[in-house]
Design a protein around this ligand. Structure first.
Ligand SMILES: Cc1cc2nc3c(=O)[nH]c(=O)nc-3n(C[C@H](O)[C@H](O)[C@H](O)COP(=O)(O)O)c2cc1C
Length: 227
């Protein structure tokens, strides 16, 4: 049992002790079953929706909650429309001064995927996905006023859009930061001046179930008004 830390409830006069764990558990149980139903609907429905340009049927929060790192994929290729839809989600991402420095190499060839997996610290599952997105930046290395380079941030935003769009289409992804950039460049003939920011396998997950996320609490990561 925890004291009430929620500033909204504190402002609006909450009971001093609230059984947060029980409430959270109950919400999670309910949300998970709703999510499962929505995902099933999306998976059976999406082909039609995509073809007709109809409404989206999963909202962003649902996609965020169901995204997970997928490290086992079905040996099943991805429909071209789905691949394009996922890449389009990346294309529409925001970037610093709208620089759009992201470039994506789409690798479907089995042997090339195997080589990429080798370059990714021998993480064989990377090559088992039918597609590996190699997220690059064609960048002048611009540093923003805040002191941060913008290209890794911008490429990461585009990739995050991709992960969420993939979920809506019944696909899974995994961020891959453990790779040898030089080796990846050699395999794909990527020019010297281009940076490789991340690899991202994309495919149908062999286990599409939703898993509980291990995350720090809001109390730990959020501070209100000052540090
Ligand atoms: C920038 C970045 C790099 C990552 N690199 C790898 C990687 O090389 N191999 C891997 O298996 N997972 C990698 N991950 C996945 C994380 O381990 C994973 O996102 C985290 O444990 C949370 O789990 P979830 O994605 O299932 O929610 C990476 C994630 C991020 C965001």
């Amino acid at each position: 049992m925890h004291a009430c830390h929620d500033p909204y409830l504190a402002d609006h006069g909450c009971v001093s002790e609230i059984i947060w764990d029980e409430i959270a558990e109950e919400i999670e149980k309910r949300e998970r079953s709703i999510l499962h139903a929505r995902i099933e609907r999306a998976q059976t429905y999406y082909g039609v929706v995509l073809a007709s340009g109809g409404d989206f049927i999963m909202d962003v929060l649902d996609a965020i909650k169901s995204r997970k790192s997928v490290r086992r994929y079905l040996d099943k290729s991805i429909e071209k429309e789905k691949l394009i839809a996922v890449l389009e989600a990346g294309r529409l991402a925001p970037s610093a001064s709208n620089r759009q420095e992201w470039r994506f190499v789409i690798v479907r060839d089995r042997e090339t995927r195997r080589k990429l997996a080798e370059a990714a610290d021998e993480q064989t599952f990377v090559g088992e996905a039918p597609v590996v997105i190699v997220a690059c930046a064609e960048t002048d290395g611009h540093i923003m006023k805040c002191g941060q380079p913008c290209y890794p941030i911008d490429v990461a935003i585009a990739l995050d859009h991709i992960t969420l769009a993939a979920i809506e289409l019944g696909l899974g992804t995994c961020w891959i930061g453990a790779f040898d950039e030089k080796r990846v460049k050699e395999i794909l003939g990527i020019p010297e001046e281009i940076r490789v920011v991340e690899l991202m396998p994309l495919g149908y997950p062999s286990d599409p179930s939703i898993v509980k996320k291990e995350r720090l609490s809001l109390d730990t990561i959020v501070k209100y008004e000052h540090w």
